[in-house]
Ligand binder design. Structure first.
Ligand code: GLU
Length: 277
């Protein structure tokens, strides 16, 4: 058994090295021009956002951002099997791009001036709005100011946390975590009173089987969140190619198909496709 495993591993290594040799040259890896050529491409997504970017228990990935990324990769010359998915928490996205750990990031990533100092954005490819998730039986939070006397959860490095601190409810007791699952647990056991992020993300959590009936969205549209695809600053060639891919995704109906497939189950009412700049 051991021997069998070892020889299988050796064979796999041989195949890999042959593949690497065969594809050597031009753009055979994810640090190349992004044109494919048989190599792999590493793309940053969220792993914990149902409807957008989710790593499923069987190890596969699903969501609108996953579909957008897969479509764009295909246009750049990469098959779905050549994509390596890299988890990209909100606070780490700029660094992952700047360090070249990912070719691009498709992760509910709002375009804003602060981030534009560090990365470039293709798109926008989606428009969401900041909202609040509260417990179904809680009627004390109906507007942003109500948060000033409440415990609020958000994710580090997100525009939502920033907006709360700077304008929406500066006096709220804001607890910032690295990911959203801690916030959901906190909301359920009353350690926090609300969770704030984009409505597109909150709708996915509210409709998850384990949360059904427990939470509701306030429906406040507290901001405009234009999702872009983040890429290395100054890579105008890649930027143009991604924008072309996004335009094609919209015009051939794939964008709408992906919206229906991924947001349909949560009942999220999305905005029309934004114009790509
Ligand atoms: N779209 C917002 C942002 O880019 C919130 C969602 C997130 O953190 O991914 O910060």
């Amino acid at each position: 058994m051991k021997l069998h495993k070892a020889s299988a591993a050796a064979a796999a290594a041989l195949v890999l090295s042959l593949t690497a040799t065969a594809c050597g040259g031009d753009s055979s890896d994810d640090s190349g021009s992004g044109d494919g050529g048989g190599g792999k491409i590493t793309i940053g997504i969220k792993f914990d956002q149902p409807g957008l970017g989710l790593k499923k228990p069987d190890g596969t990935y699903a969501g609108f951002d996953v579909d957008v990324a897969t479509y764009v990769a295909k246009e750049l010359g990469y098959d779905a099997k050549d994509i390596v998915w890299k988890e990209s928490p909100s606070a780490e996205r700029e660094n992952l791009i700047a360090n070249g750990d990912v070719k691009f990031v498709v992760a509910s990533y709002s375009i804003n001036d602060e981030r534009k100092k560090k990365v470039d954005f293709a798109g926008p490819y989606f428009l969401a709005h900041q909202d609040l998730l509260v417990r179904t039986d809680d009627s004390s939070i109906t507007k942003a100011e109500d948060l000033n006397s409440k415990k609020l959860c958000s994710v580090t490095g997100s525009t939502s946390a920033q907006n709360v601190k700077e304008e929406l409810a500066p006096k709220a007791d804001l607890q910032e975590f690295g990911g959203y699952s801690e916030c959901l647990t906190g909301l359920e056991n009353k350690a926090v009173d609300a969770l704030t992020t984009d409505d597109s993300i909150l709708a996915g959590y509210a409709s998850q089987q384990e949360h059904q009936g427990k939470f509701k969205l306030a429906g406040l549209k507290l901001s405009d969140e234009n999702y872009g695809i983040g890429l290395k600053k100054g890579d105008t060639e890649l930027l143009t190619k991604i924008n072309d891919a996004l335009k094609k995704m919209e015009s051939d109906g794939s964008w709408q198909k992906a919206v229906t497939a991924n947001f349909g189950p949560s009942g999220y009412k999305n905005e029309p496709a934004p114009a790509i700049s």
